[in-house]
Design a protein around this ligand. Sequence first.
Ligand SMILES: *[C@@H]1O[C@H](CO)[C@@H](O)[C@H](O)[C@H]1NC(C)=O
Ligand SMILES: *[C@@H]1O[C@H](CO)[C@@H](O)[C@H](O)[C@H]1NC(C)=O
Ligand SMILES: *[C@@H]1O[C@H](CO)[C@@H](O)[C@H](O)[C@H]1NC(C)=O
Ligand SMILES: *[C@@H]1O[C@H](CO)[C@@H](O)[C@H](O)[C@H]1NC(C)=O
Ligand SMILES: *[C@@H]1O[C@H](CO)[C@@H](O)[C@H](O)[C@H]1NC(C)=O
Ligand SMILES: *[C@@H]1O[C@H](CO)[C@@H](O)[C@H](O)[C@H]1NC(C)=O
Length: 495
Amino acid sequence: MLTCFKLRFVYVCLLFILGGNAQMVQMDATKTGYVGSQVELRCLFVNSNPPVKISQVTWQKFLNGTKQNVAIANPTMGVSVLPPFKDRVTFKHSAVKHRTPSLEDTTIIFSNLRLSDEAAYICEYTTFPAGNRENMVNLTVLARPVTRMSLSTPTIVARASSQKMTVATCLSANGKPPGVISWETRLKGEAETEEIRNPNGTVTVRSNYVVVPSRETHKQTLTCVVTYYNERIADSVVLSVQYEPEITIEGFDGNWYLNRQDVKLICKTDANPPVSVYHWKMLNGSMPTNAEIRNNTLFFKGPVTYNLAGTYICDATNSIGTRSGLVEVNVTEFPNIPPREIPQESRSSGAIIGGAVGGVVLLALAAIVLIVVLRRRQRTFKGDYSTKKHVYGNGYSKAGGMPSHPPLPKNLQYPEDSDDEKKPAQIGGPMGFEVSDQDFDGQDLKRPYFTVDEGESHEYDERTLAFQYGHEPDINDDMVSQTDGSVISKKEWYV
Ligand SMILES: *[C@@H]1O[C@H](CO)[C@@H](O)[C@H](O)[C@H]1NC(C)=O
Ligand SMILES: *[C@@H]1O[C@H](CO)[C@@H](O)[C@H](O)[C@H]1NC(C)=O
Ligand SMILES: *[C@@H]1O[C@H](CO)[C@@H](O)[C@H](O)[C@H]1NC(C)=O
Ligand SMILES: *[C@@H]1O[C@H](CO)[C@@H](O)[C@H](O)[C@H]1NC(C)=O
Ligand SMILES: *[C@@H]1O[C@H](CO)[C@@H](O)[C@H](O)[C@H]1NC(C)=O
Ligand SMILES: *[C@@H]1O[C@H](CO)[C@@H](O)[C@H](O)[C@H]1NC(C)=O
């Protein structure tokens, strides 16, 4: 029994302790609501066994270290909502209002929220015999920003001297927390953003989009995006930038020949607003008599004559200004390119073939120039044969005897005339270039042996030949060119 009693006593004791802790006030930790909306501030008394008696419930606003009563519920006296909150705070359950003893749920509904309502709210239960129990909810009041986008000026005029200017402004006014502004546009420019803190805790964000107005900025869409929590508020404008006419004159293809029919000049303009007046004139003198002006086009009736030649000027005017364009027309006796006869495709393929042929010719020309240059440098050689061999030697030598080569200096020939050189591989083939390169390297390495100046000297005057390249003053015919681009002293031939 004692054990049992003891067990029972322990059980009861435990229950008592648990019950003491279970008496608590349940509330949300935080709550948010928009300005003007309503919010429910929950407050529940979790009672225990044995139940305690609730004698009063008090709601208080707690701000900046001071408490202010909001509402009081008393089981016998009823409900009291204090003046600043009288119209905006009510108890959720009518049982509270009707003085029924049940005060377990004293949730209040706070309507028409103001920014100044942001505070901590305490719900305090006065009980007997357990004493006071309280809890707190932090109420945050949000203000959705007002978004507005505007063009800075109704008309933006682009001029050559245009400076950076604000073309559009985006405003996210009185947001709490502030809205975040971003711009979406293909227009090159920069955003200048500033934040203004209002006394009531809201923030106004203003962003200016700054660009240098130009023809290119015309018709560009500018979108301002204000992000506020998960909301995305976008507003767009299309920039209308005005600018003077930009002129190109079309119609003259450089091929106005005598008796060609139906030629015309067109004054093409890009302008905003559109061009209102076109004016055609000639730089010197007056318009040909067969010229007829219709808006932006100058028609020439009948066949082309030399009278049409001259410089034509088109003045185009819109409300921003006047700009001029000119074209110089010349007239030829005959067509310079056969026009229209060649279909587009074959003309282009012809151009490709022409280009390829041109490339080959150019390459061959470059090869010849290289050979000539090499030879000039080689002719300046002034060393003995062994040195020269060292410089130019590539294991190939004609010194061993070439009976076919006539001994007369007159008939000494340069490689391009020799039989060997007629083999195409040795004219322009890669080998020829490689050997030449080696020669260059060799020359550079053996630089002390010969210079260009030395080559100018007339050491071997008696043997000087008139060389076919007329502009070359000094031809040292003591050297015999080899097919590989090297030269061998003529003395060597006689050995
Ligand atoms: C909070 O109190 C401080 C001084 O204690 C005061 O300067 C401040 O203005 C108060 N703020 C509000 C919102 O009342
Ligand atoms: C609620 O506000 C009080 C005072 O303003 C602060 O001390 C407390 O940390 C806040 N609680 C929460 C959960 O934000
Ligand atoms: C906050 O203040 C700004 C100006 O100071 C005002 O325009 C705005 O309406 C106010 N916001 C609220 C919600 O009272
Ligand atoms: C005629 O004009 C075209 C285009 O301006 C130019 O290419 C050509 O050389 C001119 N011909 C003469 C003969 O001036
Ligand atoms: C055209 O005008 C230029 C300069 O204005 C002048 O030098 C030239 O002689 C004129 N030509 C004719 C054919 O009048
Ligand atoms: C061209 O000019 C005629 C009058 O000469 C006018 O009726 C017409 O609208 C003009 N067209 C354009 C495209 O400006």
